[in-house]
Design a protein around this ligand. Structure first.
Ligand SMILES: [Zn+2]
Length: 447
């Protein structure tokens, strides 16, 4: 039987041999950006790549998601390697789709290729048969919680329960046979200087879909007969700005949003104005408090104008918890690839400000979500461009394959010890029950 070092070098050599294939896959996805739950071409493409590797898989999970399982030589725990399918929307991004504004301004186009790369390493001769347990290859839709009205519509039609990819995978039971999970996200040289960044946490959030309802009237001839929903929204957003001094710095609260409809004709008093909002914070309590404040401000807008406001609060993400033991394994492997001076480990409470549904999964099982520094520019900006594809795809694929080998070698001793020591804060059932309490619909009459 080969040693663990031999298995890791077999896996790395196999990934090196496929490096060009993996990088080309990332560039194909980059050129075909699709936002969450619309990743039809991307999902089909990743499915074809899995088939090329001989991995049988299910597709259409949570609309566009995929899942394949590779079995080890003996039974044992299941480790998931995850990649995200979706793009963002950033108009004028260098690689934006001119029709939809969809763009990979967060580097997700590298993630399913990383997952495929890890699979290449693990499928190399002798590797899986030397391991005790399975590897689930999971391509999830919709990590970026955008297009809120569209997702709320899918929920109302019954096509979705929870409205983000990993959340819905959890709800559908697609993680029921998974014991622990890992994925790697790209980062930019203006955020991280080392090649791999580990540890840290993220904000949780709730999501708002808001409709200010007024009454249309001639904007020149009889504005007094209308109820101006745009004025209601303006008052609400000004009111929201008054709340920023009422939240604690250490809770990292952020209120933000976009107006998705401001009216339909300039000479008609706007009667239907739409806003998509986000309330972020470090803890569930801080988020709930800030969410109540946002609701008060939205109602204040409707009250001022004597209109109505419909507020839908959608269950957003939970803060990220990186498993310390899995972090150490990944770190050692990443150090072997890029050298220890190219690693940084952030304290567990270093909050990156953004949010991810990997945080949701981290509440119910041990996970890691390290970053690989491969891009330049500003995340979610027009200039976020992956420059170093070896560091974006090949190196993370190797580090994940090697970490899976660590976890499942020697009768999966390391995986069993991770499971023995990790203390999930929620079960799947308590997670779903909690998220259910965060879905609230309200129609406020501003009288
Ligand atoms: Zn992202």
């Amino acid at each position: 039987m080969p040693t663990i070092e031999q298995l890791k070098s077999i896996a790395q050599a196999a990934i090196d041999e496929r490096a060009e294939w993996l990088i080309e896959a990332a560039q194909t996805i980059l050129a075909n950006p699709e936002p969450g739950f619309l990743e039809v071409k991307t999902s089909r493409f990743v499915s074809e790549k899995l088939s090329e590797l001989g991995v049988s898989h299910q597709s259409g999970i949570a609309l566009t998601g995929l899942k394949g399982v590779i079995e080890g030589g003996r039974p044992g725990p299941t480790v998931a390697v995850i990649g995200e399918l979706d793009s963002l929307r950033v108009l004028e991004h260098a690689h934006a789709d001119p029709e939809t504004g969809a763009a990979h301004a967060c580097g997700h186009h590298c993630q399913t290729p990383m997952m495929l790369g890890a699979a290449v390493g693990l499928l190399a001769p002798e590797v899986m048969e030397s391991l005790a347990g399975n590897v689930a290859l999971i391509a999830v839709p919709a990590e970026e919680f955008i297009d809120v009205e569209f997702r709320w519509g899918l929920h109302q039609q019954g096509a979705l329960g929870l409205m983000a990819g990993k959340q819905e995978f959890i709800r559908l039971g697609a993680f029921d046979d998974v014991d622990m999970a890992m994925m790697v996200h790209t980062s930019s040289s203006n955020q991280e200087t080392a090649k791999f960044a580990l540890g840290g946490t993220s904000n949780g959030h709730v999501v708002k879909y808001v409709r200010f309802i007024g009454k249309a009237a001639h904007a020149g001839g009889s504005p007094h007969l209308g109820v101006n929903a745009l004025q209601a929204a303006t008052v609400a957003l000004n009111a929201l700005n008054t709340q920023r001094e009422t939240v604690l710095n250490e809770q990292n609260v952020r209120f933000h949003g976009i107006m998705t409809r401001g009216g339909v004709a300039v000479n008609s008093i706007p009667a239907d104005v739409r806003y998509e909002g986000r309330v972020r914070g470090r803890t569930a309590e801080a988020i709930a408090d800030a969410s109540d404040k946002m609701d008060r401000c939205l109602r204040a807008g409707a009250l001022t104008m004597g209109g109505q406001v419909e507020i839908v609060t959608l269950p957003g993400y939970l803060p990220m918890k990186n498993d310390p033991a899995m972090t150490e394994l990944f770190k050692a492997n990443a150090g072997e690839i890029v050298g220890e001076s190219e690693l940084v480990t952030h304290p567990a409470d270093l909050n990156r400000g953004g949010s991810t549904d990997m945080g949701d999964l981290s509440q119910i099982m041990p996970v890691i979500h390290p970053y690989t520094t491969a891009a330049t520019g500003t995340g979610h900006g027009t200039d976020y461009v992956v420059e170093d594809y070896v560091q974006a795809v090949v190196n993370p694929a190797k580090a994940m394959a090697m970490s899976v080998i660590d976890l499942l070698f020697d009768d999966a001793q390391a995986a069993k010890s991770v499971l023995g020591e990790s203390q999930p804060t929620m079960t799947k059932d308590s997670y779903l029950a909690f998220q259910n309490t965060r879905l609230v619909e309200e129609l406020y009459e501003g009288k």
